[in-house]
Design a binder for this molecule. Structure first.
Ligand code: P5A
Length: 451
């Protein structure tokens, strides 16, 4: 993409309404625009990041064997009356009425709808286990929408639902989601710590939230500092391996890590004092096992091997995909702007032409642009007639991990400059070597399953 043809409405002023750094940077970098309280448009660059996040979430869900689908945003109130959640959900639910006076709502979550789909089509244990998911907009009329897309009213969520014959099978689904979420966050360059949590309006006995530690996080958390040392890393995972998934869950939950709602001061004091931490975190996901809470009242039943009719065991699992954009920025930025991890960057590199209009420099930039594009990478070429300082500031603000600086002086010696946004370190190298270098850098993060 050439910057002269792109729509990147960068703001010079720091927007006064934005209280946290990710909100400020998303507005300044022209990623989002507020349309109403907690409701945002995603402008081209923000949309690119959202799509990348979505893609990674999809890839890790497919890897775990979960099936993608798409349910509507608008739901019938009748379904929610069946589960008794229509009244219970309270003012967070956006309710509406159609021309025939039928009660509808904008879905805040989809437990009822997926249970309805299941009961319409599945009647035998032979079709289990089954996990369906979608990535779709949700609406929750939050009392205090704030911090941009961090706590929106309309937000993009991946929500998955498992159906199993027994509690034991459903707990494997829980553990499998636990592991796949860890993988997802690690791919995004985030450390999200699983913590025992409260199940709130979704319900159920077992639930974990995944939290990215950040001072600006809305959740208060308490944990043993040793828990921050554990990583999933590159280990091979077999999602059908019940013992492996269980042992990974046990490894990650052996140490104390809890949200405020489940915190126990008595248990906390058992941790050596120098390892006790009370901090804040951003909730980027939550998983639930709630047994037959929905399947019983909604009659989602199957015949088991003995011919008895039994309600299925269920759980649901959510990742805040739009919130992730803000969480990644909270975890990765500096004074100058965003620093995108390679896995989610909207463009793979920026090309800065130091002397737009100079024949040799323009030609070198064009060639680089073409060659990099041919490698399957997407450069953002700053071809505007602008001061070098302004061009650098833009590329830094929007956080592209790699910048290639092309100027007449370097070209005289047949070199351009490759600069890492994260370290600030530059190296000079012949322009012909750049496509290869970038390809190698991105190969490391390009971890597509056979989706
Ligand atoms: C699990 C999937 C659920 O709704 N039902 C289906 C379950 N869980 S949850 O914890 O309430 O939400 C899942 C994740 O969505 C994100 N999220 C939000 N993101 C932005 N703005 C909001 N107002 C918002 N509310 C929830 C969080 O990341 C949460 O973990």
């Amino acid at each position: 993409m050439r910057l002269s043809r792109y729509f990147l409405p960068v703001l010079k002023e720091i927007p006064s309404e934005a209280q946290i750094v990710s909100h400020r940077l998303m507005l300044r970098a022209g990623m989002i625009k507020q349309q109403a309280a907690g409701i945002y448009s995603w402008l081209p660059m923000g949309f690119k990041v959202l799509r990348r996040l979505e893609q990674i979430v999809h890839e890790e869900q497919l890897r775990a064997g979960h099936l993608p689908m798409l349910m509507p945003t608008i739901q019938s109130a009748d379904l929610w009356r069946e589960s008794n959640r229509y009244e219970a959900y309270g003012p967070e639910m956006l309710r509406m009425r159609d021309r025939h006076d039928r009660d509808l709502l904008y879905g805040p979550t989809n437990e009822e709808m997926i249970t309805d789909i299941f009961r319409a089509h599945v009647s035998t244990y032979k079709e289990l286990p089954l996990t369906l998911y979608h990535i779709q907009w949700k609406f929750r009329d939050e009392i205090r929408p704030r911090f941009g897309v961090m706590r929106g009213r309309e937000f993009f969520m991946k929500d998955g639902y498992n159906f199993d014959l027994s509690k034991e099978d459903a707990l494997h689904a829980y553990n499998r989601h636990f592991v796949s979420y860890l993988r997802t966050y690690e791919r995004l360059g985030l450390q999200a710590i699983p913590m025992r949590a409260d199940s709130g309006p979704i319900g159920g006995e077992d639930t974990h939230e995944f939290l990215v530690l950040a001072e600006t996080g809305e959740s208060k958390v308490h944990y043993d500092s040793k828990v921050t040392e554990i990583r999933l890393g590159e280990r091979e995972i077999n999602y059908d391996d019940v013992d492996q998934c269980k042992s990974i869950l046990e490894e990650f939950t052996a140490l104390y890590a809890r949200t405020e709602e489940t915190h126990s001061e008595a248990e906390f004091t058992h941790i050596p004092v120098e390892r006790r931490r009370s901090a804040r975190g951003i909730e980027v996901g939550q998983i639930f096992y709630f047994g037959t809470k929905y399947s019983e009242p909604m009659r989602a039943v199957v015949q088991n091997a003995e011919g008895q009719t039994v309600p299925v065991h269920m759980g649901s699992h959510g990742i805040g995909v739009s919130r992730l954009a803000a969480a990644v920025i909270e975890a990765s930025h500096d004074e100058a702007g965003i620093i995108w991890p390679e896995a989610v960057t909207p463009f793979h590199c920026g090309i800065v032409n130091l002397k737009q209009g100079d024949k040799t420099t323009d030609a070198a930039c064009e060639t680089l642009y073409e060659k990099i594009t041919q490698c399957g990478l997407e450069p953002l070429y700053d071809d505007r007639v602008e001061r070098a300082g302004a061009k650098f500031a833009t590329i830094d603000l929007i956080g592209l991990p790699w910048r290639i600086t092309v100027g007449p002086r370097g070209l005289k010696n047949s070199v351009v400059e490759l600069t890492s946004r994260r370290t600030g370190k530059s190296e000079e190298c012949p322009p012909e070597m750049i496509p290869d270098k970038l390809t190698k850098i991105y190969k490391r993060t390009d971890d597509h399953p056979s989706a």
